[in-house]
Design a protein around this ligand. Sequence first.
Ligand SMILES: *Cc1c(COP(=O)(O)O)cnc(C)c1O
Length: 365
Amino acid sequence: MIKYLDLKSVTAQHDSEINEAVQRVVESGWYLQGAENKAFCKEFASFIGTAHCVGCGNGLDALTLILRAYKEMGVMQDGDEVIVPANTYIATILAITENNLKPVLVEPRIDTFQINDTRIEEAITPRTRAIMIVHLYGKCAYTDHIGDICRRHNLRLIEDNAQAHGCHFGNRRTGSLGDAAAHSFYPGKNLGALGDGGAVTTDDKTLAEMITTLANYGSSRKYVFDYKGRNSRLDEVQAAVLRVKLRYLDADNARRRDIALQYAERIHNERLLLPSMEYCKQSVHHIFPVLCKQRDELQKYLLEHGVQTMVHYPIPPHRQLCYKEMAELQLPITEQIHAEELSIPLNQTLTQEEVETIIDVLNKF
Ligand SMILES: *Cc1c(COP(=O)(O)O)cnc(C)c1O
């Protein structure tokens, strides 16, 4: 059986260096807010290309803290609107509603899965304060048109970079394209920890300081609390592990791209719609999405032939019970993606033999 993702082999790639890093933390006797966190944040900011990086507990916290900080800074107020792609993972939308802000869902493009930038302006109202783009599946969602809309309407641009570590837009990396970006280091992401982890990157010093304070109980001086904050930290073990894995991220992403290009070039099946070669060159391939009208049949067929797959995601956010207030929305492109998408295995630990099997089985469906 070819597993969808075998985290054990992902970790095994750099086994001895990871063990060394963990051991270093164990022996240091310092487990939170120490040298590893500081070093990782410096290295990650430099990798992404921003002046600041603040570590936090997970990707949802990173998203939530950015919006909370903007509220404390007076940029946003309760009830203000944030534009977001309708087909994102639910975390992006949870961060908005948790801050008493209103998510305004915009349809994606079916060929890129990214927010349709020609449909953003019709969603802007006097209450719109930000656009949250999501580099979904590892593909860059930013366009010059989006940057232009933000400038003309004075909107903050926030990136959800949970799925796109290492991705480029021209010479810049995703995570440095807007005013602030949220990152997740959930184990299955392209840059994954051995547990939870997250970070915010930004060039805005005031924002970085506010997020640091809010993530530390609302305190910037010991036992003095200026805000009703929370506790959200990237621990020393995770930071040390991430420092090792960051050094291999570009190489891992290059192997992912190599496999994706083989899929795009060599899978020929009229029942399947694959990402284009152009798409494949631009993505870091957190997920390789295939669209198929008989998605469930395809998933069963692949499993019977030894290939495990996943669906990202089976139910769109506006059809979830937790968002009953959005149940009336008509979002046909989003619904089509959720009905037809199947993610086939793609990660840097797949052997060429496994890649051949996957191509072969998909061609025979
Ligand atoms: C994984 C993910 C998150 C949340 O990250 P966690 O670390 O699991 O909280 C947010 N947005 C997107 C698009 C994700 O894929």
